[in-house]
Design a protein around this ligand. Sequence first.
Ligand SMILES: [Zn+2]
Length: 295
Amino acid sequence: MSVNFLEAISQIKDIKKMESTLPIARKVVNVVPLTVGDDLGLRTSITSPSGYDREIIKLLHKKVEFVQGETTYTEDYDKFCNEISNIDKITMLWALYKVTYETLGERKITCPKCKDNNDNPFVFRKEINILDLLHEDSLTLWEEELPFYEYIFPIKINYEDKIDFEFDTVIPSMSRYNQVLGMVSTGQLQQNLEKIGQVFTKPMQMSLLTKKIKLIINGEEIESSGLQEILIAFENHVPEIVSEKFYEEYNNKFNKYIPKFYDKVTCPNCGHQFNYDVDIELSFFRRTILSGESG
Ligand SMILES: [Zn+2]
């Protein structure tokens, strides 16, 4: 093999790049397309949810260069995992999907308003372009002075005038997300998706968002920042009513940062206009692992 050939062909990666802003990390990146060999790691990693997620992070680390003024650089891997949020990961996947495939292909879309001749919900097909999923309200830039990975939003909740809970809540980094995902087996993940349509159960979700729990009982303080202990606390001890207040405050503060990728579609049968939501992670999984798309 000649070195010149390899030099020449390595320039392919410079032909097509997608510039994208990571909204939470507030950094600009270039993303280059997937190559033929890239799905190998992903395919061999699907034995566990966290294994697959780790391969996705490694893949993104390889496909993403950070832009600073006129120059670009590769981020240190640990910094990449700890100082880039899981929301940014979804944004990078969107950009990687865009630069590699351009389109999600044809999707089967069900109109929420009208029915067909057999009285079934009306279904139509539409090609979904990745760029059409991005709107003004899709991504919200991080607004705090501190970087997200140093920022803590404390939520204080009193329970029955007896106990004060103090939750130190965060926007999870990619490594935090992967750590919590490591507590989910493949079977459990499948169950969660079937039963609640989500990757995490509520206690897991709350553990993902909480870095530290402090209890104040009779003026005495006791706290934990161990993930296992936090999960056990949410699974077995934190009252449901406390979790409601927790989510109310957390969502008030952070919900605006959740990315919203959707296409504005019009039903060809009744003319009803509505938003068709797309789960980027799931679409990426289908395309790279299952090599296909379905509704
Ligand atoms: Zn319709």
